[in-house]
Design a binder for this molecule. Structure first.
Ligand code: NI
Length: 146
């Protein structure tokens, strides 16, 4: 595994729409392992592929209950709302209040290409929304409460 460089705000790569990940191979596994290591080293709770310069639809999340890898994630259901503080490893030293759904259900694939569905609430739902937004070039600072 290896620590990857985290792209910071201002870099155009963070504003691109990512493409579907089609290959479930050793290369993907290596990138996911590197992203996890990079996220833990930076003490983040999530990291999306564009944040390491890869314009593909996958991310990793760990809010303290174990790592989850979401490849080609789609939010299929959301309900409620919550307002809370959010930060981003690509936007250093800044935290802002953002409104998110209280609960989301995400359909995704694992690193082997198997489909699964996961439901998350509270802070984990927030993390899922934040990381999935990255895959469409959206940063949380676009959503700061006015
Ligand atoms: Ni982020």
């Amino acid at each position: 595994m290896a620590i990857r460089n985290i792209v910071k705000i201002g870099d155009e790569v963070l504003r691109k729409k990512c493409r579907t990940q089609l290959d479930f191979d050793q290369k993907l596994a290596t990138i996911l392992d590197d992203m996890a290591e990079t996220m833990y080293k930076a003490e983040g709770v999530g990291l999306a592929a564009p944040q390491v310069g890869i314009l593909r639809r996958f991310c990793v999340v760990d809010v303290g209950d174990g790592i989850i890898e979401l490849i080609n994630p789609v939010i299929t259901e959301k309900s409620g709302s919550q307002i809370g503080s959010e930060g981003c490893l690509s936007v250093p030293d800044r935290f802002e209040e953002v409104e998110r759904p209280m609960s989301v259900t995400v359909r995704a694939q694992d690193r082997h290409g198997n489909n699964f569905t996961v439901t998350a609430e509270g802070f984990k739902a927030r993390a899922f929304c934040h990381e999935i937004d990255h895959l469409d070039g959206i940063l949380y600072i676009d959503k700061i409460r006015k």
